[in-house]
Design a binder for this molecule. Sequence first.
Ligand code: NAP
Length: 306
Amino acid sequence: MRAVTYDSFATDNSRLTIGEVPDPKVGPGQVLIEVRAAGVNPVDWKIMTGGLDPMIDTVFPVIPGWDVAGVVTSLGPDVPEFAIGDEVMAYARKDVVQAGSYAQYIAVAAPAVARKPAALDWPQAGGLPLAGLTARRTLDRLEIGPGDVLLVHGASGGVGSLGVQIAVDRGARVLGTASPGNHDFLRGLGAEPIAYGDGLADRVRELAPDGVQAVADFAGGQLETTLAVLAPKGRHASILDPAVLEHGGHLIWVRPDGAGLAELAALVERGALTVEVAATHPLDEVGAALDASRTGHTRGKIVLVP
Ligand SMILES: NC(=O)c1ccc[n+]([C@@H]2O[C@H](COP(=O)([O-])OP(=O)(O)OC[C@H]3O[C@@H](n4cnc5c(N)ncnc54)[C@H](OP(=O)(O)O)[C@@H]3O)[C@@H](O)[C@H]2O)c1
């Protein structure tokens, strides 16, 4: 099959190649997915630099990519949940960094897989799993519900744009930070937009004079503002900043979770959640897709379509 690979860590795209590699094997409890879309996530290029090497083993050559949507073309032994031809999606992180989704095929453990909702096209479905599960896990840990005022840092990115919609669906009033060019986008998702940067805490207090009940940090580096705007007994979580643990916050690390992904699909089916796709690229343009993600200013998701 055709796949993107790299054979050593690098801070740029210089080690990336696109070519033929052996097809994946399909083990017990796994499905083989023909990839129609592979979401690009910041963690993909962070792994390429060796940034996760202290916690996850890497086997070179690596096929990057942890997000996938596609069609089941083969089943390993004993996978009654799925059939050949099923349209599915998955957050396909494995115990070892090696066989990812920037490829024509990927084998994924069935418990990580969920059916693709018909309301999403392939790029949207490929962009949903990692970011959607991260947003959902964060809002679950914060116990977001009706009556909460929630501040979302980084509300227009992959995780943020999904987190805003899920929190609005749970009945929260959502204040979201983004650059001014994304403020209309945030309004469309149901959030009240605020510019990030100097004076952010004052701008939050203008909208929520009594403070906010919860803060979800999807951007990093926001702890000072978070602590300044939280109401008494407020809850906070970050997907990037371990320092939140010293201040009673939650540090979130997304897990493969087919059941959780199916619940996100149900939100999509009832019109409460959609996926903004900023750009799609063929595998040959993987370098451009990763460079765009590295800017840190993606609206919604960048997606590879092999
Ligand atoms: N712990 C986990 O499990 C987990 C899971 C997923 C992601 N992450 C990490 O979380 C981060 C966000 O992921 P993502 O996929 O949402 O990234 P993304 O799609 O690149 O979005 C980044 C967002 O950050 C905003 N932003 C940029 N600079 C900012 C600043 N100075 N202050 C506030 N917001 C700022 C951008 O808004 P504008 O475009 O409007 O400037 C953009 O919406 C990444 O570092 C990723 O690696 C962690």
